[in-house]
Design a protein around this ligand. Structure first.
Ligand code: PMP
Length: 444
């Protein structure tokens, strides 16, 4: 039996089923750059880096050195009670990184989920209101607060209710809802009418504390809201004294070809959550926000024993160094254009490729049937074949290929990944791909 299979079989006895979304029978042993290696010594190109929280690639030497140096110096002294030199530096650096010409403060967390919980707390405390507006297709995390404001997976909310009350979900302007030949502006206005519906019927807008959005939805399929829609929603929050927050956990830190995904829209949010890649994979998150909003809570309303831990803070400082010195934001945009051209060319050739969305090195590629409808089965066949050929790529919402390699991926590795994907496309067209026997249900 392979090491992969042996380890998985043993682990299965002890690991609760809910811990892991079902995918490939693989056990990761180590990684370098854009390559990960399994317990049997097999290499894969990583096309899942944003989800996996490694925009700077696996074990980047500068990040590794910073972690080692900090671990020698101090692993942990709870930031919930005492400042430490490393985290203090990061706090200042992060506050200055968020958009907006106003004073900002930072609060740390351990995960994207608890950062979004903090956003709920701040918005309610600051406004003295309770309602929260979030979007269908959004993913904000797995704590009770974050799950309550998410709108992407039935399997996450099944059996665990009641969720947080007073959350209203409005439709995200997903391109799937766009009418034929509808312009960006018409689409924005039509969807904004749907956004406003609750406030015209049963929910006074001045009872709303928070609107939280992923400007480009990640787990929802790499879907970008149109500019006009964002402008209308943002203005609505200004008109009604509502806190406007963006979730940058997935799409932030250069992934979309800008430092933050909200930078595509020229809007400075009141609050912003950051996580995942901020510490190149160590558990650190943050909310960066307007000073007066952040001042609305006093300790210990949002303290955690290890939030802002010095090793994670050192990793975050090193991550920000790498993003700057290796110009990863510009690189994301440049290589992203190259990837976009690859997938658009494939879409011309293969009818089963529907919409191609690529913002930076960050793509969602829809797989459809002959009627143009989502084809989850073909998508599963593709990702399994791509895995067999040597790249880790997963699907979103059933029929979207998720393309998010580390921002440091080399041209050679990218081309190898394209060769594997091309081969899988041509085998799908030739009817040569089958569903794997062991896994008939994957994903969310
Ligand atoms: N927000 C977004 C946009 C995310 O993509 C995720 C994770 N997929 C989260 C929040 C939750 O982050 P975490 O898993 O670190 O709690």
């Amino acid at each position: 039996m392979s090491n992969n299979k042996k380890i998985l079989a043993e682990e299965k006895r002890y690991l609760a089923d809910t811990s892991r979304v079902k995918y490939f029978d693989v056990v990761i042993d180590h990684g370098k750059g854009a390559t990960i290696t399994d317990a049997d010594g097999r290499d894969y190109i990583d096309l899942l880096a944003s989800a996996s929280a490694t925009n700077t690639g696996h074990s980047h030497p500068h990040v590794v050195a910073a972690i080692a140096e900090q671990a020698e110096k101090l692993i942990q002294y709870t930031p919930a009670y005492f400042a430490n030199t490393t985290t203090a530096k990061l706090t200042q650096r992060l506050a200055k990184l968020a958009p907006g010409q106003f004073e900002k403060q930072v609060v740390f967390g351990n995960s994207g989920s608890d950062a979004n919980d903090a956003i709920i707390k701040f918005a309610r405390a600051y406004t003295g209101r309770q309602y929260i507006v979030s979007f269908t297709g959004a993913y904000h995390g797995s704590t009770y607060g974050a799950i309550s404001i998410s709108g992407v997976s039935l399997n996450m909310t099944r059996k665990i209710g009641p969720l947080l009350p007073e959350v209203v979900k409005v439709p995200f302007p997903d391109q799937n809802q766009r009418l034929a030949n509808e312009s960006d502006d018409d689409f924005s206005e039509r969807l904004f009418k749907q956004f406003k519906l609750p406030f015209e019927t049963y929910l006074p807008a001045d009872d709303v504390a928070l609107v939280i959005i992923e400007p480009i939805q990640g787990d929802g399929g790499i879907v970008k809201a149109p500019q006009k829609y964002m402008d209308l929603v943002y203005q609505f929050t200004r008109d009604h004294g509502i806190v406007f927050a963006v979730d940058e956990v997935n799409q932030g830190l250069g992934r979309t070809g800008k430092l933050w995904s909200i930078d595509h829209f020229g809007i400075a949010p009141d609050l912003m959550s950051v996580g995942k890649s901020i510490a190149s994979g160590l558990p650190l998150s943050a909310v960066i926000g307007r000073r007066e909003i952040m001042a609305s809570l006093s300790a210990p309303a949002n303290v955690y024993t290890t939030a802002g831990n010095p090793v994670t803070a050192a990793a975050a400082m090193a991550t920000l160094d790498v993003i700057e010195t290796e110009k990863l934001v510009a690189r994301s945009e440049r290589i992203g254009n190259f990837a976009k051209a690859f997938f658009e060319k494939a879409a011309k050739r293969y009818d089963f490729i529907g919409d191609v969305r690529m913002y930076g090195l960050n793509g969602g590629i829809d797989i459809v049937d002959s009627q143009g409808q989502p084809d989850d089965e073909a998508t599963t066949k593709l990702i399994y074949r791509i895995f067999e050929l040597g790249a880790i790529m997963i699907s979103l919402r059933g029929n979207t290929l998720r393309f998010q390699p580390p921002l440091v991926i080399t041209q050679a590795a990218l081309e190898s990944a394209f060769a594997m994907i091309s081969q899988a496309f041509s085998e799908l067209e030739a009817g040569q791909l089958t569903l794997p026997e062991t896994d008939n249900h994957i994903g969310w």
